[in-house]
Design a protein around this ligand. Sequence first.
Ligand code: C2E
Ligand code: MG
Ligand code: MG
Ligand code: MG
Length: 281
Amino acid sequence: HAKKHGRGGVQRFERVMHQASLNRLTLENDLQRALERQEFVTYYQPIVDLQTQQFAGFEALVRWQHPERGMVSPGEFIPCMEATGLIVPVGMVVLQQACEQLHRWHQQGHAHWTMSVNLSVRQFACPTLVQDIDRIVALTGVNPAYLKLEITESAIMDNAEAAIAITQELRSRGIQISIDDFGTGYSSLGYLHRFPVDALKIDRSFVVAMEVNGSDYPVVDTILALSHQLKIAVIAEGIETQQQLELLQGRDCQYGQGYLFSRPLSAADLETLLKATVNSG
Ligand code: C2E
Ligand code: MG
Ligand code: MG
Ligand code: MG
């Protein structure tokens, strides 16, 4: 539709496109440098047992500690890292930080806590994935039975045969697999009985809908029924209100995470929160 505005519109369009590709190049360079300067840090969001409201574990979420811009959210740089492949080395940095932290917490006596780490489609397709994970597990000394890897339906559907093989390799080491953002992909449910998973994560969009849709929550109810039938765990994402919590508790949803309990925090802030909780209890 640049044409409608004549030659000036076209020139403006070209200028905008040029600027966009420049921005993209700048971001790519900045991210490469950020990796070298070790500016990626891992934050942790508690995953809570909804009946007892105790911490069951954490999800590791990457942040970019930018020297001028401060803390940058993954939404602003993950797409670029996916496109360039930078997500592969950065994902391994996150996995290593998360495993080191979990090992520390286990040593401090929180023996049952788990750690969930996101794996992008690109990482999942990386031929050295399993050996890279083995190396980090050995290096950090973490017990792999408490490690959970989150993948999306598209990572599975992109190459189902390879995904099944990789998942079996990981599960033979005791590592658990969760499907992230469940229900938002283009999945047929058919893969679920060929694909050995340990947990489904109900996407935040369905949890938000629980409050606005009156008394009927067909998607959440369907995912809960499915996970109960398959005898696998279920985690609701993005719980922000007491009402959402009560609706999920009433439906036997076992785990949840969301701002109602805690935002993602640095390890140091989490330790402070934990001390405060112990002191007040
Ligand atoms: P995700 O894996 O689905 O992670 C959950 C996102 O929901 C996180 O956003 C978290 O901060 C946010 N969230 C949690 N509770 C609430 C809530 O109550 N309300 C709202 N509005 N949001 C909530 P975040 O940290 O910005 O990460 C966004 C996405 O970026 C993640 O979605 C994940 O797909 C990706 N990501 C983050 N860290 C990594 C990483 O280390 N590796 C890879 N491959 N992807 C990552
Ligand atoms: Mg996730
Ligand atoms: Mg998610
Ligand atoms: Mg999500």
